[in-house]
Design a protein around this ligand. Structure first.
Ligand SMILES: Cc1cc2nc3c(=O)[nH]c(=O)nc-3n(C[C@H](O)[C@H](O)[C@H](O)COP(=O)(O)O)c2cc1C
Length: 268
């Protein structure tokens, strides 16, 4: 299965760190001060489209939001039904909420036919695992989003391997180099303010265990994105990989404060 016709996947591409885009940035510098910034600002000549969400079709808002809020991390969620049937599906309305307690969020939309299996399973069993998808098994993961009948096992068609978890009953994905065993912290039913109908479920998961494959760790024991090769979600059916990344220190008032005060004096 492939989306054609496009050039072949670039296997030579290596994620690496570079300088930040504007290494000579100064306090208050206008975006137009760099060539890239000038080109970017030129874009404004095309004008603006403004969407009133109360007057737009839900489908259009969906396509706009999933193409504009990018790239999104993907939670590859493994859950079990009450009778033990294993379920696996990707969800990109996903993020970390806090680290203390370690909480993640996954938002699951609700078709008119009712709760998706993942939402139902998490609400009833209160357990699941979230697995990060890496480039070498994106096709295996993507296939699990299939709207298959209940008797078709997503695990089987994915070719992925169930690895028993140590705390929750739902297995983790063995091929994933970063997996989290989660307990349900809170399930928030999302109700549309106009219709009063439930349109989704926001799942907050408490991370009880993290499984890290040692070969994706750096010398500091944290995850090296170049080794993890994580996949992100863009709009429509597009996925993102991590290409070049850059480092940019977070400003600290203790270091920058005096210089910033001096700069602000020059603007008055
Ligand atoms: C990359 C990707 C990301 C997705 N993200 C979401 C999401 O955030 N929320 C959602 O409700 N469905 C999302 N879907 C669709 C679900 O994966 C799909 O509805 C799946 O069949 C649900 O499985 P289930 O019914 O077994 O729970 C996504 C699909 C793909 C391929």
């Amino acid at each position: 299965m492939s989306a054609a016709p496009l050039p072949p996947f670039n296997r030579e591409a290596k994620a690496k760190l570079t300088e930040n885009p504007n290494p000579t940035f100064k306090y208050g510098q206008k975006v137009e001060a760099t060539e890239d910034g000038e080109r970017w600002s030129e874009g404004e000549k095309a004008g603006w489209t403004v969407i009133d969400t109360s007057k737009e079709e839900a489908r259009k808002i969906y396509t706009l939001m999933i193409s504009g809020i990018v790239p999104r991390p993907i939670a590859f969620v493994s859950s079990l039904s009450e009778d033990g049937t294993a379920n696996l599906a990707p969800f990109s309305w996903f993020n970390q909420v806090t680290h203390s307690p370690p909480l993640i969020s996954v938002s699951i939309s609700q078709p008119t036919s009712g709760l998706k299996d993942t939402a139902h399973n998490i609400k009833t069993t209160k357990q699941f695992t979230v697995n990060i998808i890496s480039e070498p098994f994106i096709e295996n993961a993507n296939i699990t989003s299939l709207d298959s009948p209940a008797n078709v096992s997503e695990w089987e068609i994915s070719g992925l391997t169930k690895e028993p978890s140590i705390h929750v009953k739902a297995p983790r994905v063995k091929e994933s180099a970063f997996s989290m065993e989660c307990e349900l912290f809170q399930a928030v039913d999302i109700t549309h303010p106009d219709t009063g109908k439930q349109t989704g479920t926001l799942i907050l998961g408490l991370v009880k265990y993290i499984h890290l494959r040692n070969d994706v760790l750096n010398e500091r024991g944290t995850v090296d994105f170049a080794k993890l090769k994580p996949i992100g979600r863009l709009g429509d059916i597009s996925y993102a990989r991590v290409g070049d990344a850059f480092r940019l220190p977070r400003p600290e008032w203790a270091v920058e404060g005096e210089k910033i005060k001096e700069f602000l004096k020059t603007t008055q």
